[in-house]
Design a binder for this molecule. Structure first.
Ligand code: KIV
Ligand code: ZN
Length: 513
């Protein structure tokens, strides 16, 4: 087989954004889209325009402003979805309409309540409908991996006849295994008579941790496009991770006979940006972009690396744009800190830089050296607050009383829409007392998850609190806060959570309804 270029279809802004708690602002989405262009992805799926006015606005803005990659929008096989999708993507020089319709027995019978005949009729009808707007149409038979093969072939053949230029094969529920997914692609190539008129794409979810393996299996069988997200974010366990697919192809290109156009040294920056915008941190041992992905702890490994780097290293951190030579301490100047932040992929304003420098100095007083993880946590903290520019609730004072002979009590002096208000409450512990106090002023916010972690080791390490809160409509929001004092970090996270809920409600009430 000749070496082939594989198109990278990034769906961070659509399927990725469907992750619980990953809702992004328009500003965040635009920032990420700009970075995806720098990363040189082939297609950006910018959103699902019918889903909400905010989604529509994001897809339209990205289509208007981001030139280079194809800009796709998602639509169900419904006229108004496709109309709205076209209204948003039409501004791109390279628009794509991506339509989907479920084809597995369980989805057809229980979700759509349609017969296979009706599904074929609609798949053809709406492919033609989309084609009237746009030459570039992608069709996805949702839950393809659990669809009867013969029926799948028939659907694909008919939609290609109707004008689909890409046929995407989703493993919607992440059920497939690599040998089986390879067979599905093989079967399509063999049994769909007009398959050479369309690009085969793979779209794999990670419920069994096999999304990247399944995507690679599809590529080995001739898929020409893979759909993936930065950091693997997405519904439930997520989608196939872009960085893992790309680096697998890069590291094993001779064997896989495939390559991508991705600018490898932009990978780390993009990963950081997505973490910052979504608040979803990647696990420390995550391949390629996790904190420990290139850290060799054992003496045997370190010795091996020194003798010959390739003894234990199959790729370098530098290749994906990671730096390993950072030492920030008490005496580091603003320029040095800014330069480190830029190397880490952060673009920050002067005001944010001043706040970051101040926090670094305070921490360096206690910890001598500020590690990359500390720096990361500080930046996320400062920039998240900056993102919530209009914070209706601001903290003026926090005071906590706790001990083995007193009932834990939290007193918060807050500025709420410009007016100072003091609230106090008791609780089982100090964090519970803060949560109870906050419940008095933000009763619609429900605390769903709460996690504390030390950013680095040691008793003086920064504490990072991550909470998940929900509004009355169960919209989730993930918020992080960092402080040397974990109770204060908890209070800050809860106040930021309330601000997110209030701002979200305002945005949806005021702007869109
Ligand atoms: O997982 C899935 O089936 C999807 C489709 C809309 C492509 O995301
Ligand atoms: Zn999906």
């Amino acid at each position: 087989m000749k070496t082939r270029k594989i198109k990278i279809f990034d769906t961070t802004l659509r399927d990725g954004e469907q992750s619980p708690g990953c809702t992004m602002t328009l500003e965040d989405k635009f920032k990420i889209a700009r970075q995806l262009k720098k990363l040189n992805v082939d297609i950006i799926e910018a959103g699902f325009p019918i889903a909400s006015p905010g989604d529509f606005e994001a897809v339209k803005t990205i289509a208007q402003e981001i030139k280079g990659p194809t800009i796709a929008g998602l639509a169900r096989c419904i006229e108004k979805d496709i109309d709205q999708c076209w209204n948003a993507v039409q501004y791109s020089p390279k628009p794509r309409i991506h339509i989907f319709l479920a084809t597995s027995p369980i989805h057809m019978k229980y979700k759509l309540k349609k017969t296979p005949k009706e599904i074929i009729r609609d798949a053809v009808k709406f492919t033609k409908y989309a084609k009237n707007y746009c030459t570039n149409v992608e069709f996805s038979p949702e839950d393809a991996s659990r669809t009867q093969p013969k029926f799948l072939y028939e659907v694909l053949e008919k939609v290609i006849d109707a004008g689909a230029t890409t046929v995407n094969i989703p493993d919607t529920v992440g059920y497939s295994i690599p040998s089986e997914f390879a067979q599905i692609i093989q079967g399509i190539k063999k049994n769909v008579s007009n398959i050479d008129q369309a690009t085969i794409s793979a779209h794999c979810h990670n419920d069994l941790g096999l999304s990247v393996a399944n995507s690679i299996a599809a590529i080995e069988q001739g898929a020409g496009q893979v759909e993936c997200t930065i950091n693997g974010i997405g519904e439930r366990a997520g989608n196939a991770s872009l960085e893992e697919i790309v680096m697998t192809l890069e590291t094993r290109k001779k064997d896989l006979k495939a390559y991508t156009g991705i600018k490898l040294n932009e990978i780390y920056k993009t990963s950081r940006m997505v973490t910052l915008c979504t608040g979803m941190t990647v696990q420390r041992n995550k391949a390629i972009v996790g904190e420990n992905a290139f850290a060799h702890e054992s003496g045997i490994h370190q010795h091996g690396i020194l003798s010959h780097p390739k003894a234990y290293e199959i790729m370098t951190a530098k290749k994906i744009g990671r730096t390993t030579d950072m030492i920030i301490g008490k005496h580091s100047g603003k320029h040095a800190i800014q330069s480190e932040l830029e190397k880490m992929g952060y673009k920050i304003t002067r005001k944010e830089l001043n706040q970051i420098v101040e926090k670094i100095k305070t921490l360096a007083d206690k910890q001598k050296i500020v590690q990359e993880a500390d720096l990361d946590a500080i930046v996320r903290d400062v920039c998240t607050k900056a993102n919530d520019r209009i914070a209706p609730i601001q903290i003026e004072e926090i005071s906590i009383l706790t001990g083995n002979k007193v009932t834990p009590t939290a007193t918060l002096k807050l500025k709420i829409n410009g007016k100072t208000q003091t609230i106090a409450s008791t609780g089982i512990g100090p964090v519970d007392a803060v949560a109870n106090a906050m419940a008095q002023i933000a009763p619609s916010m429900k605390l769903k998850e709460f996690e504390i972690r030390a950013v680095t080791s040691g008793t003086n390490a920064l504490g990072e609190v991550t909470i998940k809160v929900e509004d009355q409509k169960h919209n989730p929001f993930i918020v992080k806060a960092v402080h040397e004092d974990i109770v204060q970090a908890s209070a800050i996270a809860l106040v930021n959570g309330a601000n997110k809920v209030i701002n979200y409600q305002k945005m949806h009430r005021g702007k869109f309804k």
